[in-house]
Write a protein that binds this ligand. Structure first.
Ligand code: FES
Length: 137
């Protein structure tokens, strides 16, 4: 989809141009792939999880617009090394705050796709029931 870059703050562009933690892991303990229902772009996250249930490593891959890919890059930096139960507490407000923009209704799915994919990966790893907020992201 086309977009006008000047709408986005420096941080978004920086993560778009130099994405952190992009790629795949050799032997991930959990992974999840999901598409943005509005545009069809797909995002995957792969996780390496330690025995004491901390996120040791994380990589993301996929297609998407600057917002979705920057969001994924920023989110991976936020969660690396964190315990899984803390990661499940991250809500959309927190991620949007880190992004530093209000994506507006047409781009909100782009901005939150990474959070949905990450949480789904964690839920699937833990075998936990998915909460309502995650489903609705
Ligand atoms: Fe597809 Fe944003 S336009 S993820």
């Amino acid at each position: 989809m086309s977009m006008s870059f000047d709408l986005y703050r420096e941080i978004i562009l920086d993560h778009y141009k130099n994405p952190r933690n992009k790629g795949t892991l050799k032997a991930p303990d959990a992974k999840w792939r999901e598409n943005n229902p509005l545009c069809g772009d797909v995002l995957e996250m792969q996780l390496k999880i330690s025995k004491d249930k901390k996120l040791e490593d994380i990589k993301f891959s996929g297609d998407g617009c600057a917002i979705s890919l920057s969001s994924a890059s920023i989110l991976t930096e936020m969660v690396k090394g964190k315990p899984l139960d803390e990661i499940l507490k991250i809500d959309k407000k927190k991620l949007l705050g880190e992004l530093g923009i209000d994506p507006g209704p047409s781009r909100i799915k782009c901005a939150l796709l990474s959070l949905k994919v990450l949480k789904m990966a964690v839920y699937s790893y833990l075998g936990k029931e998915i909460d309502r907020e995650t489903k609705d992201l």
